[in-house]
Design a protein around this ligand. Structure first.
Ligand code: NAD
Ligand code: MG
Length: 380
């Protein structure tokens, strides 16, 4: 039986991972962690029976200890708790379903402890891909992509060892504001940004999809996962979210992975790789679908994608600045403190004003994050 730990089990990816575990019934859950949703976490503990669970605040841990007193589970808290869950000796794999750079230390610790990583937490690779990828190689662990586009690319790479990638064709839905011009985005509401046309996801990534910062993060994620230079990663808007991404080889042959927009598929592929397992749910029906269309992304309106390419090309800690600024700005937008267009404005200003370091180590990455947050707090 495969044994896993999940960081962020109460979120969109976390709950869908548990849906797969429930449906297949042959994976054992050794540890679960969540931010603050202790009611759902308690239900998950009762259903899946992990020996360890972690929450962020000690006060939440205390109340969870009381409510699960009848169960053989140990409840821990804070970053130490998260690290303990990520490295629990009984598990083979960590599913990083936590949102944001907070996933960095648990992911690194899990790799050092020899765990394979089912990676949903893209912020980790964006900010520390230069540390994570060599570390994974050093420890002989696999980084298995959960992000649908990266899972698609990974699937298109199977059996192609030794063959050079000419281009990665990273598809994007375009989000809820596809086709709009910049002027039309000045007064969009939070509710509009949270209405993704094809996917139901956590709030942060849903806003990232509306700004297309998400696609920018995914370009950087692809660069690290598949060791491919930026100029060979092309974003293509494919509004139906049916083609999850494609790989073009040197001979001009293009392989694509298609399916309904259902995150359980890439999650399951990462959990059972290289095996495929049956999966319930809707299947793609080409008669019903009729057409698949393609567009070039509008980099003027969706400045976040352009800035991401710039940050990635600059390298050093610039992707950290980009990502930290985005996390901070999106939190403010979700709190209705800033407007939609201010998200990318803040990212841009941080990229201009914050100090970029070469080859940042983990401490420098975390220091950069802190200084970006302080810089934003002092101005917005
Ligand atoms: P979400 O907001 O739905 O869930 C986030 C999880 O992280 C929750 O369980 C939350 O409790 C936990 N968490 C947040 N702060 C925490 C803290 N301080 N300590 C401990 N736990 C904390 O997010 P999501 O949509 O599931 O996304 C998770 C990650 O997966 C993100 O990096 C996202 O970019 C990536 N991703 C998500 C999807 C999707 O369909 N949702 C698709 C591709 C990639
Ligand atoms: Mg994606």
């Amino acid at each position: 039986m495969k044994k896993i730990a999940i960081a962020g089990s109460t979120g969109s990816i976390g709950t869908q991972t548990l849906d797969v575990v429930r449906e297949r019934g042959d994976i054992q859950v050794m540890a679960l962690t969540a931010g603050s949703n202790i009611r759902l976490l308690e239900q998950q503990i009762r259903e899946f029976g992990p020996g360890l669970a972690a929450v962020w605040k000690e006060e939440d841990a205390a109340s969870l200890r009381t409510s699960t007193a009848d169960l053989p589970v140990r409840i821990v808290s804070g970053m130490d708790g998260l690290l303990e869950a990520a490295t629990i000796p009984e598990s083979d794999m960590l599913v990083t379903a936590i949102v944001g750079m907070i996933g960095l230390r648990p992911t690194i610790a899990a790799i050092q402890a020899g765990k394979d990583i089912a990676l949903a937490n893209k912020e980790t690779l964006v900010t520390a891909g230069h540390l994570i990828m060599p570390l994974a190689e050093e420890h002989g662990v696999r980084i298995l992509p959960v992000d649908s586009e990266h899972s698609a690319i990974f699937q298109c790479l199977q059996g192609e060892k030794g063959n050079s990638i000419h281009k990665i064709l990273l598809t994007a839905s375009g989000g809820p504001f596809r086709g709009k011009k910049r002027e039309e985005l000045s007064d969009v509401r939070l509710e509009d940004a949270l209405k993704h046309p094809n996917w139901s996801m956590g709030r942060k990534i849903t806003v990232d999809s509306a700004t297309m910062v998400n696609k920018g993060l995914e370009v950087m994620e692809a660069k690290w996962l598949f060791d491919t230079p930026l100029e060979r990663i092309q974003v293509i808007v494919q509004p139906q979210s049916v083609i999850h991404s494609m790989v073009e080889y040197v001979d001009g042959s293009i392989l694509a992975q298609l399916g309904t927009p259902d995150m359980r598929l890439p999650i399951q592929y990462a959990l059972y790789y290289p095996a495929r397992r049956p999966l319930s749910g809707r299947r793609l029906d080409f008669y019903e679908l009729g057409t698949i269309t393609f567009e070039k992304p509008d980099l003027e309106t969706f400045e976040g994608l352009r800035l991401a390419y710039e940050a990635a090309a600059r390298g050093g800690s610039m992707p950290v600045i980009f990502n930290a600024a985005n996390e901070c700005a999106v939190a403010k937008f979700l709190n209705r403190d800033i407007s939609f267009l201010e998200i990318t404005q803040i990212i841009h200003e941080c990229m201009v004003h914050c100090t970029c370091k070469e080859h940042p180590d983990l401490d420098e990455i975390l220091e950069t994050e802190k200084s970006v947050r302080e810089w934003i707090e002092s101005r917005w």
